[in-house]
Design a protein around this ligand. Sequence first.
Ligand SMILES: [Mn+2]
Length: 336
Amino acid sequence: MLDLASLTELLDQPRKIVITTHHKPDGDAMGSSLGLYNYLIQQGHHAKVIAPTDYPDFLSWMPGNEEVIIYTENTKLSATLIADAEIIFCLDFNSLSRINEMGVLVGESPAYKVMIDHHLEPEDFDDYRHWDINACAAAQLVYTFIVDQLQHKELINKDVATCLYTGIMTDSASFRLPNTTSTVHRIAADLIDAGANNSRIHELIYSSSSENRLRFLGHCLANCLEILPEYNTAIIAVSKKDIARFDVNTGDTEGIVNYALSIGSVHLAAFIVERSDRVKLSLRSKAEFPANEICKKYFQGGGHRNAAGGQSEDTLEATVTKFKQILSEYKTLLNY
Ligand SMILES: [Mn+2]
């Protein structure tokens, strides 16, 4: 691993830079990427954000969004940019498998790779690393990278601030998760001072549902929610048929699991959805319960303690049954 000080030197001159993030980007993935992008272009760098896949409309308003390249829609251009890059920033992920086929291209590129991330157990593909699992968002680490490492607080302009605020807000579940420290609030305050309109950002992210999405949410809560009182656990299981019936789009399922977790007695919530090729699980937990452990051990996934994801090649019914059986192993931990 190289010293970040030499990266600071590298960035003294305009460079060809690619910024990428994990597939199916969320608010932190796009917020951290575009935050860094809006910083780098002020320094005269030739920077491009390449997202491995598309992302929902409620994330498509951030400054610089119109310049984002979607890999699956522009494979040739993306491959050229990655091969020609001098520096590739890898934000909000730490394993090349998280960027699908792009992982091979990034791995083969002669560019310096910079990991800015807050997930557990980073893979060893990077040359530079700004990594902290205690950070609530990759956007928080982009902030500290710009301010503490590069000493460019004055370059946190309105565009940078808007993107970074969005990343921090979404990944901390609106400043609610246990990793929302006083430092995070101070950074958020700095970003507001730099021009981020916090109220407007909340509105753009959380109050931009489509009618379909809201009706789908209603269906999930009324018809698909199951509570297991002995495990303080709630499950929302959704079939392919439901997805088709409500014309559910990318991002429409995001956050639904949090409604299940909002029940006072629920310590663990699972959103289990049947997709075309596999079943996906999204887990959220309160306090110390390790949602990521279940995903890692049983569902080829992982994540953070309070927010994790996984998948299964079984049917929806079989996956739900397996999940319920696993809960007995965690009964004591769930009954705190
Ligand atoms: Mn993140």
